[in-house]
Design a protein around this ligand. Structure first.
Ligand code: SF4
Length: 273
């Protein structure tokens, strides 16, 4: 797999106003621009941040240098104005491979551990999040890690997001977070074709799950995702039945049969603070 090209840029600001699907948050926070995981279904592909670049989505990453000092000031100002709830991240993965060396996300967590927001949702699909368990523990109940686990099938994961971490590593990460007492959920989002035992597999590592699909979760009733040509991947896998609005309720019901009442959330409600 080709490494993405990294560019280093000092941002003027880091906190953006939560809007649309994330309007339940006062702010969103992206430690990087661009994302080396390059998932086929990533709706950011169709957004200006991607469209105005010559290089393909997944092949470039902007590293936000000196991010901690920018956030420290912004966070203090935002907290003085009212409750601060942060979604990290909305258009990148905060634990993509560059984070191993750059540590931007960790530096932002250090700021937030010292001066906690009211709530932080940490959205990732990388087991690297477990490196920061010490900081997450300091945030206590003010943080929830949301680990994307779209499927339990590695063949499906490889077809849709070959550069993303393997599913077993994500499940191990969820178990480690639970053992460390860090609040966490699995985000089956977007739900992809999976085996019949997927709910039991997740139930063994996490107590809360959020299920989403393209029609509810892409902010455009599925139109944005429709433009990404995903249907061909479903066809190749022989799983076209899963590319429909009806698939959601079947998957949702299969999880409610295994998880306790109230712990299976649908779409936007599962990502609220
Ligand atoms: S990890 Fe998230 S931001 Fe990165 S490419 Fe995949 S869907 Fe997009």
């Amino acid at each position: 797999m080709k490494r993405p090209s990294l560019t280093y840029k000092k941002p003027k600001t880091l906190l953006n106003k939560g809007s649309g699907f994330l309007e339940g948050y006062s702010h969103t926070l992206n430690p990087y621009a661009g994302c080396a995981f390059g998932c086929s279904y990533c709706y950011v592909r169709g957004m200006p941040v991607s469209l105005f670049r010559e290089d393909a989505w997944g092949s470039w990453v902007d590293v936000k240098t000196e991010a901690a000092s920018v956030l420290r000031k912004e966070l203090a100002r935002a907290k003085a104005k009212g409750p601060v709830t942060i979604f990290m991240s909305s258009s990148t993965d905060p634990y993509q491979p560059a984070e191993y060396k750059e540590g931007i996300t960790r530096s932002l967590l250090e700021v937030m551990a010292d001066d906690p927001p009211d709530f932080l949702l940490l959205q990732t699909r990388s087991p690297l999040v477990t490196r920061d368990i010490d900081l997450l523990q300091r945030l206590g109940e003010r943080v929830r890690v949301s680990m994307t686990v779209e499927t339990d099938r590695e063949d499906v994961r490889k077809a849709f997001s070959p550069a993303a971490p393997p599913i077993p590593a994500r499940l191990r990460a969820l178990r480690l977070l639970a053992d460390a007492g860090v609040p966490a959920q699995a985000a089956v989002a977007p739900m992809l074709p999976s085996s019949g035992s997927f709910p039991e597999t997740l139930r063994s590592v996490v107590g809360r799950v959020c299920i989403d699909d393209y029609y509810r979760g892409d902010g455009s009733g599925g139109r944005r995702s429709g433009r990404l040509g995903l249907e061909a991947i479903y066809e190749r896998l022989g799983e076209k039945d899963w590319y429909s609005r009806e698939a959601f309720s079947k998957q949702y019901d299969s999880f409610t049969r295994v998880f306790p009442e109230g712990s299976v959330l649908a779409s936007q409600e599962g990502f609220l603070p």
